[in-house]
Write a protein of this length. Structure first.
Length: 477
């Protein structure tokens, strides 16, 4: 496939390219834009005008430089072997193919897309969506020969996006619902995906009937269809093999797949836990399950959530701690659909361990939450700090409050409250959490060079930390 007639190069070499704000010509979608989407829809052969690229609204060159703009991408495809089951997987290729373009960065998926075009590529001539449409057309047809016809529509007119956005959300929901009802125990094969390894080299998704892909874009059925029509592609079958622990979701076949696909970086995974050998997290996850150690519970926060979660941290900060293809106990990338699964974090207590989530997520999964918990898990409308959260959970008899007694957390809570009387709130030290890596410098006494201590994936728990000042001779002063 040749792209020599285009003003920018196209190829796998550009995957993983980051476009910083200072270098971008425009941003399309992203956190500042409420409604954006990408959608692939299958059609009949006679419904497609092959090769057509339509732009509804201002073209790239007419968008204000440096600004964030709404965008909808609608790709319609047809072919004798193209079936509706493939839509989710075909749509996920938008991420890959957009990133193949020199100076173009694509993050996330579905209703959450975030694209940046670099100034350099814009100045080279990538100044119209027509060119992007041509790239999609050529890549889809050459990489996935089952696609015989394709037409692409870029929408930048906000009113038209709003119209199409609602239809796209319905389409996503219908796809997600298709996989519900099938149980992991009933299948011998799961599906793996390594599409995100360009950004997170040790990441591999295991997509089961009851654990939707982290990005929320690929179901077990999508994986099955993709592995069948594109056997050399990023989605592949994983024979479950013998269960090591079925309740935790640990299987010999899955562990073997991780060893192979991550070149030994990840060797064992429990599919239904955020703490014990957790599934890896790339960077495309729809939401994060994050530990709140003060209450021994887990919070949930999604990518679109504006402001800080109950622990005082925004999604972006926690995403940094979660992403990268690592297994970080207590920081776990998940999809919204997985929250609807009966297997959702079952090793950790499932919904009984969830202590906070944004109202927007609660509205989406409310009917799937256990009835007794629906109204006792607070949102940002109920609590806005850890202290308020503790009181709320205690007052509403949330199941984690019982764990406090079992684990001694109640005693710690009382101690904290006692300390609060001595030292006003805000002046106390916070629990120490450091996923990833922490480096600390220890200076030498006597003016020498000192030394460096590196903690990798450290989990530190201390009943008490005592810091004593020493004089030059190492004596307490
Ligand atoms: S998040 Fe997982 S399933 Fe989704 S594209 Fe990335 S690797 Fe594939």
């Amino acid at each position: 496939m040749s792209f020599e007639d285009l003003p920018v190069a196209v190829g796998v070499v550009f995957e993983g390219e980051r476009i910083r704000k200072a270098d971008m010509q425009v941003e399309l979608g992203g956190p500042k834009i409420e409604k954006k989407f990408e959608l692939v829809v299958t059609k009949k052969m006679n419904e497609i005008e092959d090769g057509k690229v339509e732009i509804i609204g201002p073209d790239l060159k007419d968008l204000e430089e440096g600004g964030a703009h709404p965008l909808g991408i609608l790709i319609e495809v047809a072919g004798k072997e193209v079936e509706e089951d493939l839509e989710g997987v075909l749509e996920r290729h938008v991420h890959e193919y957009t990133n193949f373009m020199e100076g173009v960065m694509h993050l996330n998926q579905r209703y959450d897309i975030w694209i940046r075009i670099s100034k350099k590529s814009f100045q080279k001539g990538l100044n119209t969506f027509k060119l992007m449409g041509q790239v999609y057309e050529r890549l889809y047809k050459s990489e996935l020969p089952i696609i015989e016809k394709i037409q692409v529509t870029f929408i930048t007119d906000p009113d038209k996006i709003a119209e199409q956005y609602d239809k796209a959300i319905i389409r996503y929901d219908e796809r997600d619902a298709r996989a519900r009802g099938l149980k992991d125990e009933e299948v011998d094969v799961f599906y793996g995906c390594t599409l995100c390894q360009s950004f997170a080299p040790t990441h591999c998704c295991t997509i089961t009937a009851q654990r939707y892909a982290n990005c929320g874009a690929i179901s077990w059925f999508d994986g099955r269809a993709a592995a069948r029509v594109d056997p050399k592609g990023p989605l592949f079958a994983i024979e479950k093999g013998a269960p090591i622990d079925e309740y935790k979701g640990e299987y010999e076949g899955v562990n073997q797949a991780y060893k192979e696909k991550t070149l030994g970086a990840v060797t064992d995974v429990c599919l239904y836990s955020a703490f014990e050998k957790p599934h890896t997290s790339c960077g495309c996850f729809e939401a994060i399950a994050f530990v709140i150690p003060e209450v021994d519970g887990l919070g949930l926060v999604h990518r679109d959530y504006k402001g800080n979660a109950v622990n005082g941290l925004p999604f972006s900060t926690m995403a940094d701690s979660t992403a990268g293809g690592r297994q970080i106990p207590g920081f776990h990338g998940v999809s919204i659909e997985y929250m609807r699964s009966p297997k959702f974090l079952q090793v950790d207590g499932g919904w009984e361990r969830i202590v906070w989530l944004p109202k927007a997520i609660k509205d989406r999964v409310y009917d799937f939450m256990p009835e007794n918990l629906r109204d006792i898990i607070p949102t940002e409308n109920d609590v806005s700090s850890i202290d308020e959260l503790k009181s709320y959970l205690k007052d509403h008899h949330h199941p984690v409050a019982e764990r406090w007694v079992e684990t001694g957390a109640a005693a710690r809570l009382e101690e904290e409250e006692r300390q609060e009387e001595i030292m006003p709130a805000g002046q106390q030290t916070q629990p120490f959490m450091m996923p990833g890596q922490m480096t600390t410098m220890v200076p030498a006494t006597g003016g020498g060079p000192g030394f460096q201590i590196i903690f990798k994936n450290a989990k530190i728990y201390a009943e008490k930390v005592i810091i004593k000042r020493l004089d030059q001779k190492g004596k307490k002063s």
